[in-house]
Design a protein around this ligand. Structure first.
Ligand code: HPA
Length: 273
């Protein structure tokens, strides 16, 4: 039976065959944020089902295709849709796409997500540059035998989110006159949203936003030496921060409202990388 590495390598080889010269920049589009894929010019859409071994999400708001083309004059591979641990998938599946991107030759990875706002200064619809994360998922994609072809056993995580890319993001936002918050993302498994007591606890842990993705992908990417940038769309204020309950409808309504701003920011950032 093929090893995990072999399956990742097969997916990367398949993509290489389809794409020719591999792009060095990739973007993972979170819940409700996949419209960025429409801005990839000259793009070939590749449904995930066609890529050997690629896990497919069944979550609403997460379509499931890769598109390669140019954004702001740069070759980019965008992934519209990702898989989550709460779907019942293990860490190797959750990080399969990032592993394949790394083996394909991607050196810069932009992760995007929808997240609940914990910092009381934030409001719904804000965009937050992720400065750091707290892994509260209880899982780590690097557990298990270490394959040196991906990276070393004990990778440093003192700077998961690249200072260089964060500066570019900040400069881009400033040039656009766009407010960009910054803070710490706490990763949870979901799929239930949090209780108000959990959010209060997360605030004391130093978290500014909470979400169900990104952390595992960022860990796998750093393991492979890929430079990472992450941007959260604060799709709702987290449980207990407002009087109303947290709903998926609110998450998707907000991400669709900030879509244009978000896409413009991403384009601007890619143009400056
Ligand atoms: N909690 C966890 N994940 C989320 C949230 C939230 O409030 N909003 C969007 N993703």
């Amino acid at each position: 039976m093929a090893t995990y590495f072999d399956r990742v390598e097969a997916a990367a080889a398949w993509l290489r065959g389809r794409l020719g010269e591999p792009p060095s920049v990739a973007v993972v589009l979170g819940s409700g944020l996949s419209s960025f894929a429409e801005n990839v010019r000259g793009g070939t859409r590749i449904p995930y089902e066609r890529i050997p071994g690629w896990p497919v999400s069944r979550v609403v708001g997460h379509p499931g295709f890769a598109v390669a083309g140019t954004v702001a004059g740069r070759r980019v591979l965008a992934l519209a849709g990702r898989v989550h641990a709460y779907e019942g998938l293990d860490m190797p599946a959750v990080t399969f796409a990032v592993r394949a991107l790394g083996r394909l030759g991607v050196t810069t990875l932009i992760l995007t997500n929808a997240a609940g706002g914990i910092n009381p200064r934030f409001s719904r619809g804000a965009l937050m540059l992720v400065e750091d994360h707290v892994n509260f998922t209880g899982a780590n994609p690097l557990i298990g035998p270490n394959d040196e072809r991906f990276g070393r056993r004990f990778p440093d995580m003192s700077q998961v989110y690249s200072v260089r890319l964060r500066r570019i993001a900040q400069d881009t936002a400033q040039a656009m006159g766009l407010a960009l918050e910054h803070g710490t993302y706490i990763g949870v498994t979901g799929p239930s949203y949090e209780t108000p007591a959990e959010i209060k606890a997360f605030r004391t842990l130093g978290a500014d936003a909470v979400g169900m993705s990104t952390v595992a992908e960022a860990l796998a990417a750093r393991h492979m030496g890929i430079e990472v940038l992450a941007i959260s769309c604060i799709s709702n204020m987290a449980a207990g921060m407002t009087v109303h309950p947290v709903t998926e409808e609110e998450v998707l309504e907000t991400t669709s409202r900030v879509r244009a701003e978000f896409v413009a920011l991403l384009e601007g950032i890619i143009g400056r990388i």
